[in-house]
Design a protein around this ligand. Sequence first.
Ligand code: BGC
Length: 811
Amino acid sequence: MRHADILKKLSLAEKCALLQGATTFGTWPNERVGVGSLEFSDGPNGVRHQAGAADHLGLNGSEPATCFPTAVTVANSWNPALGERVGAAMGEEAAAQGVGTLLGPGLCIKRNPLCGRNFEYFSEDPYLAGKMAAGYVRGIQSNGIAACPKHFAVNSQETRRQASDSVVDERTLREIYLTAFEICVRESDPKSIMSSYNLVNGTYANESPHLLKDILRGEWGFGGAVVTDWGGSNDHVAGVRAGSTFEMPAPGLGSVRELIAAVKAGTLSEADVDERADEAIELVLATRAGVEGAPASFDVEAHHRLAREAAAAGCVLLKNEGSLLPLPPSVKVALIGDFAKTPRYQGAGSSAVNSTKVDSLLGLIDETDLSLVGYEPGFERHGGKNESRREAALDLARRADVILLCLGLDEIAESEGAERRSMRLNENQVELAHAVSQVNPNVVVLLSAGSAVETGWVADARSILYCALGGQAGAGAALDVVSGRVNPSGKLAETWPVRYADVASAESFPADALAAEYREGLYVGYRYYQTARVPVAYPFGYGLSYTSFSYADLELSEWDVSFTLVNDGPRAGTEVAQLYISKPDHAVFRPEQELKGFARVELEAGQSRRVTIELGDKAFRYFNVRTNQWEVEGGTYELRVAASADDVRLTGHVELSGTGAPDPYEGVDVRPYETADVAHVDDAHFAALLGHLVPGGAAEIGCNMCFRDLNHGRSPLFWIVWLVLRTIKNSSERSGHPNLNVLFIWNMPLRALAKMTNGMVNMRMVDSLVMEIRGFWVIGLVRLIVEFVANLVQNALLSRKIAAASQPRSA
Ligand code: BGC
């Protein structure tokens, strides 16, 4: 124990009280022993610190902060050192605002392009996601405060997000969904981590001894605090027992009473409470100096410049026919597209930042050498026809040399709390692109979107610059690339499939039932497309430059590869060289190739450099479900140095003796996984992969029943609640402005009422509601009233007890 001296001064109630929030973002303090309240704040791409009314959905205002590009953008830079600088700046702003723990970065794996929160996550690849996240954590924590990587683990859909059960085999869990966290924890030592809302194989992530005790704390040596997602705690007793520290946001004293009762009943050991309290105290004390010593302000302009640099580094040049870009000075440019004036630069939900300022293309274009002939919005931002806008845009296009056509997804297309409805841009944008290209073919599309989109319109653009979500300074960054001040070097951190139907999980995502079955196993992103030989629009790791690079003279060993990289094009540039590992003669099925290293190399025109990429301890490993540990298969490995997953430039081979483990799938029929024929895996094969039957299960009437399922209950009162919620939800969606609050409640289980109402509702009251829904209307209601009163009285008594214990003791 790091704080045994403090712990011994605390009563059981006081220790339990330390393990939860007292306000939406603040933990329970105990000033008597010098443990203050720790302030959490979102988030992954800037600080969303709410001094006034606080919420976890980004609904109320927050203090101004720099809105950095979102994770999808910075990931495209493949530059953990840049992530570290962004993290350092965010951490500085957080500390300046009194925030001890910043809730980010988000490093969930992008399993499917339609996940509404993909913009907050780095990649479909765990190696890249882990490296980027580690950079952010190092940067944030360099300010003496804590980072809180999230959401641990297997959290890849928003539908039913607080009660969805991710059913995944152990190998996929380890190799795809945990490896990013493993890299992050081992390489950056985060002081805290956020458990995810969902269950993993039938157990809430926050209550999973396998995830929290065995793997996170045991194997990876994590010594920090585990924080529940907001309203994500199901049973605090089970959480504390499994290794979860803080229940957030403000569950009230009901949770404290549950912990005390469990200790008294012997179902929770006081040693577990002590360990968790020790972690809680450590987080508070370890971040205190960072917060107290922080200057109250930060350099707004310097952070804006950094945001611009990061956004430019994250721009990916997808197409550049006839080297239309960069544009020469004085070229007559038409700015077309609503996003040129009102940029789409961040996502919606808990990550939404109140930016210190927001640049637009229209506002900044005068600072360039380009000659603006005019601006036209061209289309309705949220879809729908507008003939006059279209005609005006075409008139303008005729008068220009080049059109900067700003397309993208609108704010409602990607948000926390809901999935994207499709991978397409609004039809009015696609039509406009075609019409514009007919009157003037010199179209440069500047695309703003937080995740992959279908690009059936590619022929209507000579150049496409994917700007992702560039943050508050994204417009300047786009102009830097367009004008050639910055030579693009971003490479896609996720594959862009030709069409949504090509995604391995297309038909099962999002799972509407309780179980989200990860039937595709390891075959996520390029691991699927390449192994199953599905052509893609733009491969993982792809991105063009204004210069060109060649690769030569490969030397390799089982520890590293070296090669010579030459900038053989006309200007200085940066190449992201990637290292993939393949095992053509494998016995244990595996993806065609996997990313195991990369290097960003800056070269002047004509310059060359010897580059070395180390292989590290994860290069050859796979998780063997029979030995239940990482193993290495013996034999020949092909090492591929590549400019993208589809553009291998150099290959070599190494022989490894391997660990000699038995084939984990011997005698098991896992044929779909041998060929990546995983788009429609049947129950038998999925069960073979899982090692047990596919769990069934419909939503039951219980405390984990979601509001969206109340129509299946037996209470007319709750049918009305359901109807009202559904009506608001549907009408808000039709109006184009989804109501995040209602969406949250729609996917929320009943028990969250007891976890988010600061003590007004407790679990016994939730049980009474469940009785009501089961059809015991009178008993349920009477019990509810009795429990309500009992809760009030018990809260008052316990709060007096804790307060009394917390008074400084006189000598
Ligand atoms: C989100 C978290 C966020 C938390 C606090 C939750 O709804 O899932 O990512 O950090 O709210 O705002």
